[in-house]
Design a binder for this molecule. Structure first.
Ligand SMILES: Cc1cc2nc3c(=O)[nH]c(=O)nc-3n(C[C@H](O)[C@H](O)[C@H](O)COP(=O)(O)OP(=O)(O)OC[C@H]3O[C@@H](n4cnc5c(N)ncnc54)[C@H](O)[C@@H]3O)c2cc1C
Length: 459
């Protein structure tokens, strides 16, 4: 009998595991309470990037003086933008569903909960079904973290998921949280023309990133008129209904006494895993203090037949990582590539921040190497001398490559500038495959192209 594999959650982790496991011969069932494609397609990556694309186009037009264009920056057509977002989401959802169907995966629309180490109950519109499994994957993702000092109302006080698009475009907005999501929302709303204030709890936006990279973004924010409230932690967000006030103003209070007023506020202070309603205790699966499911190198939980992947695993909360974990789970479960060389190396995951300029990095960062005392060679080339960047009228940013001075092996890199998220794939490939800087230098690249800066930086 084929291995019965139950997957709870149809996001990138769940649907990738399902596709590969089915291809390898498993009898796969995916239970998804919402849409296949997961929060990644429905609520997070895809809608946020679609909004950023429209905002980015507006901002590019505003900035592209000197390109021989009549400057005509249109306003936002909210209806057209909404239907574009919905169109892209349903196109992707259809593609994922068709792929799963073509592999013979059974899909159930419902909410699953473990009832024992080998059974789960699935509640659907038709009733409750009990499923037995040999192996299971917990891939239930995460949701925005909402602190006790704030009650989002979906109207003026928003979580990131209320923004695609918001009911009313903010005239002014205070973004709380200066990590990746926070800065993307600053970029998005300032591109749409809002006055934006960013509450930054430390002294640097993107506190976990290379200071040089963060500085370029801060400079851009300040040039656009974004106000940075550094060293401040929000302690309350409320609508102002006092006296004559109508609630059109949102007040954000900070621990140092500073107060910001704007028409809207957006909370972007991280996420929490969807594990509390899953009956994990009935399956004997442990969770940590934060509700995440600890896993080993193979995404196996403390129960050898139950895996966890994606945001619930508490590793890098990225769609790309979730998909790769899903693939590894399927391969491991079906007895393929079980050796340590197939383990996922989270330190080699490329990531991007879709701001203007775009920021992307992979592997070892300069500051990290410095802190650990590791000897590295760092080479950096600005886009200001790159012909394609000049043609594009976007010469901001740079390429930085970190390599081993003794062997020339590429250890990491960062790119700031237009199309950084695409360009980083060259460095990511080099890091994953242990390529040397000379391998990049000797590639015959296109001219004129932004990628020429990569070859120069690798020199
Ligand atoms: C604003 C924002 C922007 C982002 N942008 C990017 C980006 O550009 N690039 C990137 O790589 N990552 C991005 N991310 C992160 C990315 O969205 C997540 O890392 C990714 O969605 C995780 O995938 P997953 O499979 O773990 O979970 P999800 O995509 O969250 O899918 C989990 C699924 O499980 C379902 N589910 C939960 N509980 C149950 C249950 N009991 N029964 C049945 N179904 C259940 C949910 O309905 C959901 O569909 C972004 C995140 C945010 C918040």
């Amino acid at each position: 009998m084929a291995t019965r594999f139950l997957i709870i959650g149809g996001g990138p982790a769940g649907n990738t595991a399902a596709t590969y496991a089915a291809r390898l011969g498993a009898d796969v069932t995916v239970v998804e309470r919402d849409i296949v494609g997961g929060a990644a397609h429905l609520l997070d990556c895809i809608p946020s990037k679609t909004m950023i694309a429209t905002g980015g186009a507006m901002s590019f037009l505003r900035r592209s003086t000197g390109m021989g264009l009549e400057q005509a920056v249109a306003g936002v057509d909210t209806e057209a933008l909404t239907s574009r977002i919905e169109g892209i989401k349903s196109h992707l959802q259809r593609g994922t569903t068709e792929l799963l169907e073509s592999q013979g995966v059974r899909m159930i629309r419902g909410t699953a909960r473990f009832t024992s180490p080998h059974t789960a109950a699935v509640v659907t519109l038709e009733g409750t079904e009990t499923l037995e499994f040999d192996h299971a994957l917990v891939a239930t993702g995460s949701r925005p973290r909402i602190p006790e000092w704030c009650s989002p109302d979906g109207d003026r006080i928003l979580t990131t998921r209320d923004c695609y698009p918001p009911k009313e475009f903010p005239k002014s907005v205070t973004v709380v949280g200066s990590g990746v999501t926070g800065v993307e929302f600053v970029h998005m709303f300032s591109s749409f023309g809002a006055d934006v204030t960013l509450v930054v709890s430390r002294q640097q936006v993107l506190p976990s990133k290379d200071p040089e990279v963060a500085a370029v973004l801060e400079e851009d924010f300040l040039r656009r008129g974004v106000k940075l409230l550094k060293g401040a932690r929000a302690t309350a967000i409320e609508r102002d209904f006092d006296g004559e006030a109508t609630g059109d103003t949102v007040v954000v209070r900070c621990d140092d006494g500073r107060v910001v007023r704007s028409t809207h506020a957006v909370l972007a202070i991280g996420s929490i895993p969807n594990t509390s309603e899953l009956g994990l205790d009935a399956a004997g699966v442990e969770v940590d203090a934060g509700g995440y499911v600890p896993i080993d190198h193979n995404c196996v939980t403390n129960q050898p037949h139950i895996y966890a992947a994606g945001d619930v695993s508490g590793k890098l909360p990225l769609s790309s990582v979730a998909s790769m974990q899903g693939r590894k789970v399927a391969e491991r479960m079906m007895g393929l590539h079980a050796g340590p060389h197939r383990h996922l190396d989270y330190d080699k995951a490329a990531s991007a921040i879709f701001t203007e300029p775009e920021i992307a990095d992979v592997g070892l960062a300069e500051a990290e190497a410095f802190a650990s005392g590791r000897k590295i060679r760092v080479t950096k080339v600005p886009f200001s001398g790159n012909p394609k960047a000049l043609i594009n009228s976007y010469p901001q940013g740079f390429v930085k490559i970190v390599s081993d001075p003794a062997t020339g092996v590429v250890l990491g890199g960062s790119i700031v500038g237009r199309h950084a998220a695409e360009l980083i794939s060259v460095i990511a490939l080099a890091v994953t495959a242990n390529l040397k800087v000379t391998d990049i230098v000797e590639s015959l690249l296109v001219h004129p192209a932004l990628s020429e800066a990569l070859a120069e930086a690798a020199e």
